[in-house]
Design a protein around this ligand. Structure first.
Ligand code: ZDP
Length: 280
């Protein structure tokens, strides 16, 4: 049976979306996802995302396979794409606010009338054991801690948005050799679940530039969870305001870390590209 898919992107972070409402098992295996994501031998994407039946009273469950076949807990750009995808599937039944079950808890995307999607990304986790990382004792936060990578000492702050992020502030993001340094952060023994790594240049306290090396996907044009983690790291280190715009190679995300609720809100676009059939 051919499988229908729709390609979406959020600021150039691109995904293959699959309607998996009829079964709680993804219809594509991690091994097949690797081939589908390949930009020469497949459709080409940073990951495959499944819209599965909801659990515990939620509307849907989201699962995602990275382009290397690994499965992350959450995906910020991906959940904006998922929100548009399910609204399209539901047609006239579509809602403007969904509750999505993920391995990082319940995440709520809101489809706004201006076409943007605003996502309640939940509360960041900051303790070393929650990241997880061995850069600090398990119940301590990891703020401005030194780590040696690629023969250099970097000062890093770690944040979990459900998935692990290691953030480092630099003078010039364009000078970072991502392809060399990124994998060495990702596979550093201090990160037992590997890590996403963000390099940040502060332009103003409410505007930063970010380049990212993603766990399981490598260089991508944008990372939503990474942009959220970055603003948390910026606030914790006194570099950023609680409301900060994050400029990624693919465009800008608006991030707000609410002082009242402790929750993070991410606002950005999600764009349908095309629909096709996977025939084996
Ligand atoms: O944590 C990971 O393994 C990431 N590669 C997951 C994907 C994150 C994403 N880029 C985002 O926008 O949060 C989709």
């Amino acid at each position: 049976m051919p499988i229908e898919f729709t390609k979406y992107h959020g600021l150039g972070n691109d995904f293959i979306l699959i309607d998996n409402r009829h079964s709680s098992e993804p219809v594509v295996t991690p091994e097949q996802a690797v081939v589908l994501c390949d930009r020469h031998f497949g459709i080409g994407a940073d990951g495959v995302i499944f819209a599965l039946p909801g659990q515990n009273g939620t509307d849907y469950t989201m699962r995602i396979f990275n382009s290397d076949g690994s499965e992350p807990e959450m995906c910020g750009n991906g959940i904006r794409c998922l929100a548009k995808f399910i609204a399209d599937l539901e047609g006239s039944e579509a809602k403007t606010l969904y509750r999505i079950h993920t391995a990082a808890g319940v995440i709520s995307p809101e489809l706004r009338s201006d076409g943007q999607v605003k996502v309640d990304m939940g509360v960041p986790r900051l303790l070393a054991a929650e990241i997880p990382t061995t850069l600090a004792p398990p119940d301590a936060k990891v703020i401005d801690v030194a780590i040696a990578v690629a023969d250099k000492s970097w000062s890093v702050t770690c944040v979990s948005m459900g998935n692990p992020h290691c953030i480092t502030f630099v003078d010039d993001v364009s000078a970072i050799d991502l392809e060399t340094v990124g994998p060495q952060f990702e596979h550093h023994p201090a990160f037992p679940q590997r890590t996403n790594t963000e390099f940040i240049q502060v332009i103003r306290s409410d505007y930063v530039k970010m380049r990212v090396w993603e766990r399981g996907a490598g260089v991508t044009l944008a990372c939503g969870t990474g942009a959220c983690a970055t603003v948390v790291a910026g606030v914790l280190t006194g570099k950023c305001d609680r409301t900060t715009a994050v400029e990624l190679p693919g465009g800008v995300l608006q991030i707000e870390w609410s002082e009242v609720s402790g929750r993070i809100y991410m606002t950005g676009p999600a764009q349908r590209v095309f629909t096709g059939l996977i025939s084996h």
